[in-house]
Design a protein around this ligand. Structure first.
Ligand code: ZN
Length: 156
């Protein structure tokens, strides 16, 4: 699929895939959640540390395809310093972007995933970490799966 993505986007995704940022368990973490995409085999655990409503730190561990790892890596960079409400908005913007290709202005580097909408099987790879982040913030401790998505988070 990379041949069809813009070169710059490809480079950013490959860079984050090969050298994921914040790739470690977080101690202490305020919350965490597991995400699983059985169609591709992507599996990750996302950790968040909160100070009140603000996300102070984020990290992840896991294994999967390049898109899923790069997405989780960029997520951990993107959510730091944001409030719960801002992360919820960002999730909705990323979801819109990977399903339609339309990137909101404030998604920043995350716009590298806009091209994923052309590859429906990879959309779940790109959004997996975001569903895990939403699950962690909900704090119900339930693992999320792209194939058995709990009510309230919307269809993938
Ligand atoms: Zn994948």
């Amino acid at each position: 699929m990379f041949d069809e993505l813009n070169d710059l986007y490809q480079q950013v995704i490959l860079d984050h895939c090969r050298q994921p940022r914040n790739f470690h368990p977080l101690q202490p973490a305020s919350c965490s959640a597991q995400g699983h995409n059985p169609l591709c085999g992507d599996q990750l655990t996302l950790y968040l540390a909160l100070d009140g409503e603000v996300i102070k730190d984020a990290s992840f561990v896991g294994d999967g395809c390049c898109i899923s790892k790069a997405s989780a890596s960029l997520l951990t960079e993107s959510v730091k310093g944001k409030t719960r409400a801002e992360v919820q908005t960002l999730f909705e913007q990323v979801h819109e972007m990977v399903t339609t290709g339309r990137a909101a202005e404030n998604v920043g580097k995350l716009s590298v995933f806009a091209g994923v909408h052309k590859f429906p099987t990879r959309v779940k790879c790109a959004i997996l970490a975001w569903h895990a982040a939403m699950a962690a913030l909900r704090g119900d401790g339930q693992p999320v799966s792209t194939e058995n998505n709990p009510a309230g988070t919307g269809d993938l």
